[in-house]
Ligand binder design. Structure first.
Ligand SMILES: Cc1ncc(COP(=O)(O)O)c(C=O)c1O
Length: 350
């Protein structure tokens, strides 16, 4: 992602990022409820026990979750759990771990990332296989992990069969498959499937599960779906500075998210609003949508003349400055009137 403009727009619900939205009221209520008396720190508390149970309900009994503060931490530690410093990670060139994490995964794991260009953010075995080379050759970093994002950074969504093909490819080469699921709920809603179907049941070994972009205040998790990798993770999380002393407040957020259907309601709203925005934008011949809209992101090439005037009223990021391609994200709290306001502003400037 390219940060091209630095204006600040207070309180207006815009389309720059789902990180710009606030927190679901139910989450705040759960945090307040958890703010009661003393419990043991670092995760030995009833809130964390309950949140772990809920992860097992959604991902299967064998799932082992570890809660962390942020998505970059989850990805970096997931990579560190699988890889040693002489290993490499195959990922899409557009992957958050490659572009937007200030090389934290490389710094902390010591591993090389092998980024692959993709038309739509999705990796396939055909794209990956040519990069699995030099196995056993001490002059080459040894490929150990395939990392994909679900949804991808381009707003596209892998089908379970596509994920199964990737896990089969990884396992054939004694590698593991990682999902960056910072927006996994948006993918689940887009597919109309439970989380387990396209993670655990599709051969995924390790998952970064995010909630912050979908209405939590700040709660992410590294989830081991293949338990053989989790053994030393408690040490890796502590060394990686992602062990929360007041863990109950992260756990309380996950309880609010997973106990009922908050994850689903929130993701449904953002995905539906993305569809609405897509439909409205399609009415403008001068704007070209560049990716299928399958989750809550829209990518569009816009005419030069409207960029500055639009940015005077709405903040958003350039995806590819050279092509005037921008990314618009909807959020769990986006409303129809926000989309109407945005589209009216576009119309005014066209
Ligand atoms: C796909 C993806 N993964 C990971 C992250 C990292 O999240 P954080 O900003 O919490 O480190 C983001 C954040 O935007 C993201 O979009």
């Amino acid at each position: 992602m390219v940060v091209a403009f630095k204006h600040y727009y207070m309180n207006k619900r815009g389309f720059a990022s789902d990180n710009n939205s606030g927190v679901s009221p139910e989450v705040i209520e759960k945090i307040i409820e958890a703010n009661n008396g003393h419990v043991i720190a670092y995760g030995d508390d009833p809130y964390t026990t309950r949140a772990i149970e809920l992860f097992k309900k959604h991902f299967g009994e064998s799932a082992v979750p570890f809660f962390v503060f942020n998505g970059t931490g989850a990805n970096t530690l997931a990579i560190s759990a699988i890889n040693r410093s002489f290993n490499s990670v195959i990922c899409a060139a557009s992957a958050h771990i490659n572009v937007d994490e200030c090389s934290a995964p490389e710094k902390f794991s010591g591993c090389k990332l092998i980024p692959i260009e993709t038309p739509d953010g999705k990796l396939t075995p055909e794209l990956i296989e040519p990069h699995i080379t030099g196995i056993g050759f001490e002059h080459h970093a040894q490929p150990k992990l395939i990392s994909i994002s679900q949804p991808t950074e381009m707003g596209t969504v892998y089908k379970p069969d596509e994920i199964k093909e990737l896990s089969a490819c990884a396992h054939k080469h004694q590698m593991a498959l990682h999902i960056d699921g910072a927006r996994l709920a948006n993918a689940a809603v887009s597919l109309g499937l439970p989380f387990k179907t396209f993670t655990t049941d599709s051969g995924v070994d390790i998952l970064s599960f995010g909630g912050t972009k979908n209405g939590l205040m700040g709660a992410e998790s590294v989830v081991f779906l293949n338990n053989k990798f989790s053994e030393n993770f408690k040490y890796i999380r502590k060394q990686g500075m992602q062990l929360a002393s007041k863990m109950r407040f992260i756990s309380a957020q996950f309880i609010a998210y997973l106990e009922n259907d908050l994850w689903e309601r929130n993701a449904k709203n953002s995905n539906n609003m993305a569809q609405l925005l897509y439909k409205k934008i399609c009415q403008f011949d001068e704007i070209k949508i560049t990716q299928p809209v399958e989750a809550n992101g829209i990518f569009a090439i816009v005419p030069e003349k409207i960029i500055e005037p639009l940015l005077q009223e709405y903040f958003f990021y350039a995806w590819n400055e050279k092509k005037n391609e921008f990314r618009w994200m909807t959020s769990f709290d986006t409303k129809e009137e926000d989309i109407e306001g945005f589209c009216d502003t576009i119309k005014k400037h066209l």
